[in-house]
Write a protein that binds this ligand. Structure first.
Ligand SMILES: [Zn+2]
Length: 229
């Protein structure tokens, strides 16, 4: 494992809990056997984990333990879980990422699901009474810091380009989970949040991605736009 990426733990507890609740919701919608699906996801996550330490962590902390909303967790965990969930539900050649809210994938839907539930629960205060533009320029910084840490926050730039268009730039390459799959969860989270804020005609595009292999871009740029009504 790359030492530079050996992460400080972040406030990912509620985000990770949301991944498991997302699987439950999908099982209900698709009438899948919950127990069997979760067992398959655990086996796939163990396969993807890569080291005995991580397998031990997955087994004891995640699948046999209790994750609290306030739990501090390493960021590789989300990467492994999302990939395991996608592989089990959609097959190992499933699309793991998207660059537009017009095209969905499992990580996009997992992010969207978390935004919906967190807007009603743990992060309710960050959404209450906020207009979409306010949420994007103020609340999003708080959420981003929880997930990506203090170092990443220094690189977060949010620019209002017009009344209903905002550019968000970030650099997550120093994190192990920084990947196109993770960017897709951000796309989904932004989309789900805009839905909860009552925005109409929401469009989110990931116009430049720094985490794609051999990408020439130093940052990831997301353009969020919405319509007047
Ligand atoms: Zn990206």
């Amino acid at each position: 494992m790359n030492d530079a990426k050996k992460s400080e733990e972040k406030q990912l507890g509620d985000f990770i809990r949301g991944r498991l609740l997302f699987v439950e919701k999908l099982c209900e919608e698709k009438k899948l056997d919950k127990r069997g699906t979760m067992d398959a996801i655990r086996d796939e996550a163990m396969r993807l984990a890569g080291t005995p330490e991580r397998r031990e962590f997955l087994d004891h902390r995640v699948f046999k333990g209790v994750i609290l909303s306030t739990s501090l967790l390493p960021d590789w965990l989300d990467k492994v879980l999302l990939e395991a969930i996608s592989n089990v539900l959609k097959g190992r050649d499933a699309t793991l990422f998207t660059s537009s809210s017009d095209e969905s994938c499992i990580p996009f839907e997992a992010g969207r699901f978390n935004a919906h539930r967190q807007a009603d629960t743990v992060f309710r205060m960050l959404y209450a009474g906020k207009a979409p533009g306010d949420w994007l320029t103020k609340s999003f910084r708080v959420l981003y810091q929880k997930c990506y840490g203090d170092d990443a926050l220094k690189g977060l730039k949010i620019e209002q380009r017009s009344e209903r268009e905002i550019l968000i730039s970030m650099d997550n390459r120093h994190l192990e989970k920084g990947s196109p799959m993770d960017c897709s969860t951000i796309l989904g989270y932004l989309y789900g949040s805009m839905e909860k804020l009552g925005a109409k005609g929401i469009k989110i595009r990931h116009v430049r991605c720094s985490t794609l292999t051999a990408s020439p871009h130093p940052v990831c740029d997301f353009v969020v736009s919405w319509s007047a009504a």
